[in-house]
Design a protein around this ligand. Structure first.
Ligand code: ADP
Ligand code: ZN
Length: 823
């Protein structure tokens, strides 16, 4: 007897053992999906991760109910990678499996039984009595039945055996809600029946169409399109029916007539929706001297380091260097993974890559439909062709076969870290591990590397290559700091616009250039308040004040999205005195429109990019010069490449630097340096204007000098002094509960147990900056682990504590999870 370890998409540690009925052995190999009974009544689809001849001890194993695949749907190293993620980020492999595999391949509990469309009782083997009963129920049901429903309808406890009999006899198939949606795209193709070397057959074909001018036309077009005159082997180019109809101008019945004569063959082929059919049109970019030196240094570094950091200032042409390295990989017949922090960035890059690599470019992200994602998955699964995959963090989960290199662009970005749900992994760090499992190299790129990354590069754990000049010797933008307090006193501020900023915007637009105004708050005004009594409307489910959105005239909670009517009178004092305060992007857009009535203004934020192409349209229009000023949130800071921006205005830098978190300086410096980097990327210098009430903040002098090293030196000293990464590892423990008192009790109990294990390494519990979201109160405990401690041991203890607490009745109702290496 063989037993299979099956990984299920459930948040329970470990795999589950099932016996493999001998008849199913071929379908239950490692990497195959199987349907298994789980719990009292449910069926789940899981993945076989191992086979053993030894039965588990202590309980009776159940049989696998069905098998689904003839070939594995995952590649072997993937399961190892999932286990690493689960282990490192303290979640279960089942949760990783759920995040990793597109839903179309990951049937969840609802397994449906349906009549096989080709079933013919007259031809099939006779059914047993029970099988008859079950089949009747299936045919007679108003809608498709799940296994559980069929069990109830028939009263057969061993329903899986009965259904298996029906499957074996070709009477039913099992389907699943999700898989039903997955339909491979098919296309019709046409081919000559004669092979090109067979002259006689070709002549016969021409003879056969004599007197039928339309058929002759089609035949000539087919010969032309299949390019049989151009190549030496018998291989010809595949011709789609659409293409042939277009070229020859004939109709489908003509082709069918030719097929009946045996001249041509019509066939249907599954095609991948994401095949880019164009050929590469652009050569590799010619690198500048500095760029080729950097490329060579990266190549050299990769021979001795598994990870290399490319620290290149904004607009130094890191992308061009990546393209060269990808080309090297592809020519070695290997695959490259190119990670970007935001789905949005794939748009600008896709065409840049496709122009050079044509159909070797594969794009993967979560905004694709499930069908589309399954297509990409299958393309990687079934071939070992050299490809470059472009995508956000989830692309690390694809079934790579011969990965040679991973590029993590803008590696400092917080969006590489998944916050919710588990696995709470960092795509950058996971990519490094993935690469090493494949014997591949990792290249991290940034103008403002994460403090941890730069520290590793300086201390020799990573290779370091620096690129200090912009492409084409464009100077870095000049940064001016405007002291808003003084300017306001002098009457030099109108609304949120300082007169200096107005001057620069006007000057840029007069010069036929563009401006970007950056503000990290969306909506119209971040605070509403009663001017009589000071009452501030808050979300009923979250611990935050509401943001006023003028376009919809509502107050909105930015944590849970709930909209509220603006109260006509203050609910506290009944006076009609609710006013709104502060600035969001909507209000800046309004003010800028009023200030510059002759200019065209566009806004880029979460609200203007909700619909499918919103983001692309705004970016494309701005790139094409259809707007003069782009007002936007963080979305404008990230890696975008505009030609014509002369001025970048940071409207309110104070909201960026005052953030209660150990990463606040790092985040602020990165954000400001990156947004500055959008200015003057080509041909001429740009200018950055920062409006702040705290002009003396040290960040600004480093920013003005574009002095990353200076910033890093200050920051690393503070991190060491106060014990923050990279000098310790941080694990946050989050507890959530509907009831504040119960939560406080649970958090105290948990913290005490943690202190029993880890002593003074534990801080808290504390209330995070937003202490309640979607009706759940939140408490956080911080665990700092020094680098010399055994992290494996720490995690083992945390896992045991988790299990202990989940089973502890006094903590019932508390949700608990870990966040390893928070960002
Ligand atoms: P980074 O990613 O370092 O900010 P990019 O790779 O986006 O910079 O390059 C900035 C701009 O300079 C882009 O518009 C790019 O097309 C151009 N550029 C950089 N290197 C070259 C090159 N070798 N040849 C032509 N254009 C280049
Ligand atoms: Zn809310």
């Amino acid at each position: 007897m063989t037993f299979a370890e099956v990984l299920l998409p459930v948040p329970i540690q470990g795999t589950f053992t099932y016996s493999v009925p001998p008849a199913m052995a071929a379908g239950a190999k490692v990497g195959h999906r199987v349907v298994v009974p789980f719990g009292r009544k449910k069926f789940y689809t899981g993945i076989v991760t191992a086979l053993t001849p030894f039965p588990p001890e202590g309980y009776e194993v159940k049989d696998i109910a069905f098998t689904l695949d003839d070939e594995p749907v995952v590649r072997h190293p993937q399961i190892k990678f999932w286990n690493w993620i689960a282990d490192y980020y303290l979640c279960t492999p089942g949760e990783v499996y759920k995040a990793a595999v597109p839903a179309g391949l990951r049937l969840e509990s609802e397994t449906f039984i349906e009549l096989h469309p080709d079933y013919d009782p007259a031809l099939a083997p006779p059914l047993s009595e029970r099988e008859e009963v079950a089949l009747d129920k299936i045919i007679g049901a108003a809608k498709k039945l799940t296994l559980d429903q069929l069990r109830t309808a028939t009263g057969f406890q061993s329903i899986a055996t009965v259904v298996n009999g029906l499957i074996a006899k070709g009477a039913v198939t099992i389907a699943e809600r999700v898989i039903e949606k997955y339909r491979p795209r098919r296309e019709s193709y046409v081919a000559l029946t004669a092979s090109k070397s067979d002259r006689d057959a070709l002549h016969a074909a021409f003879d056969a169409v004599k007197g039928a001018p339309k058929q002759e036309k089609a035949l000539l077009a087919l010969i032309d399109l299949s390019e049989i005159m151009h190549c030496d082997t018998d291989e010809v180019r595949e011709v789609s029916r659409t293409e042939l109809l277009e070229r020859s101008g004939v109709t489908v019945p003509i082709l069918q007539a030719m097929a009946r004569k045996g001249i041509i063959r019509l066939y249907i082929k599954e095609i991948n929706r994401f095949r880019y059919t164009g050929l590469p049109v652009a050569p590799l970019p010619v690198l500048s001297e500095a760029q080729s030196a950097a490329r060579d240094a990266v190549v050299a570094s990769m021979t001795s380091n598994s990870v290399t950091l490319l620290h290149g200032v904004t607009s130094s042409g890191k992308t061009e260097i990546y393209i060269h390295l990808i080309d090297l990989m592809l020519r070695q017949g290997r695959q490259a993974l190119y990670l970007v922090p935001e789905i949005a960035l794939t748009t600008q890059l896709t065409s840049r890559l496709q122009r050079v690599f044509g159909d070797k470019v594969v794009i993967y992200h979560s905004r694709f439909t499930d069908n589309e994602r399954v297509d990409v998955w299958k393309r990687l699964l079934t071939s070992r062709e050299p490809l470059v995959v472009l995508g956000p963090r989830s692309a690390v989960f694809l079934p790579f076969s011969s990965l040679g290199m991973v590029i993590v662009d803008e590696e400092h970005e917080a969006s590489y870290k998944q916050q919710d749900p588990a696995p709470r992994y960092n795509g950058r760090d996971a990519a490094i591990v993935l690469a090493s499992m494949h014997g591949a190299k990792t290249l991290l790129g940034s103008a403002t590397p994460a403090v941890e990354t730069y520290y590793k590069a300086l201390t020799g754990r990573y290779g370091l290559v620096s690129l200090t000049e912009r492409y084409d010797a464009v100077p870095l933008p000049e940064v001016e700091i405007v002291d808003m307090a003084t300017s306001r006193k002098k009457g030099l501020v109108d609304g949120i616009l300082s007169s200096r900023l107005r001057e620069l915007v006007v000057d840029a637009v007069d010069d036929r250039k563009q401006a970007i105004l950056f503000l990290n708050r969306r909506g119209y005004a971040p605070v509403a308040r009663c001017k009589m009594c000071g009452y501030v409307p808050r979300c009923s489910q979250c611990d935050v004040s509401l943001t006023y959105h003028r376009r919809i005239d509502k107050l909105v909670c930015h944590y849970c999205g709930t909209p509220y009517e603006v109260p006509a009178v203050c609910p506290a004092c009944q006076e009609p005195a609710i006013e709104v305060l502060g600035y969001g992007t909507e209000r800046v857009e309004d003010e800028v429109t009023a200030a510059f009535p002759e200019m065209k203004i566009a806004r880029l934020d979460f609200d203007t990019t909700r619909n499918k192409n919103g983001y692309e349209d705004i970016i494309d229009n701005f790139s094409a010069g259809k707007s003069d000023i782009l007002v936007g949130t963080q979305m404008v800071t990230k890696g975008l490449d505009f030609d014509n921006v002369k001025v970048v205005g940071v409207m309110n830098a104070d909201t960026i630097i005052n953030f209660p978190d150990f990463r606040s300086n790092e985040r602020a410096f990165n954000m400001l340096e990156q947004v500055s980097g959008r200015a003057g990327r080509r041909a001429s210098a740009g200018r950055v204007l920062v409006q702040t009430y705290a002009p003396a903040h040290p960040i600004f002098s480093f920013l003005a000098a574009h002095d990353y090293q200076g910033f890093f030196n200050m920051e690393i000293t503070q991190r060491q002094q106060f014990g923050y990464p990279p000098f310790v590892r941080i694990i946050y423990i989050y507890l959530k509960h509907r009831d504040a008192a119960d939560l406080n009790k649970a958090a105290r109990i948990y913290a005490d147990r943690l202190r029993g294990l880890f002593g003074t390494r534990v801080t808290g519990p504390e209330e995070p900056p937003v202490g309640r979201v979607q009706s759940l109160y939140i408490r956080r405990i911080m665990l700092k682990i020094e680098p010399s401690a055994s992290i494996a041991k720490v995690k083992q203890l945390l896992r045991e504590l988790y299990v202990e607490c989940v089973n502890d009745k006094t903590l019932a109702g508390t949700t608990l999870y870990y966040d390893v290496d928070p960002y």
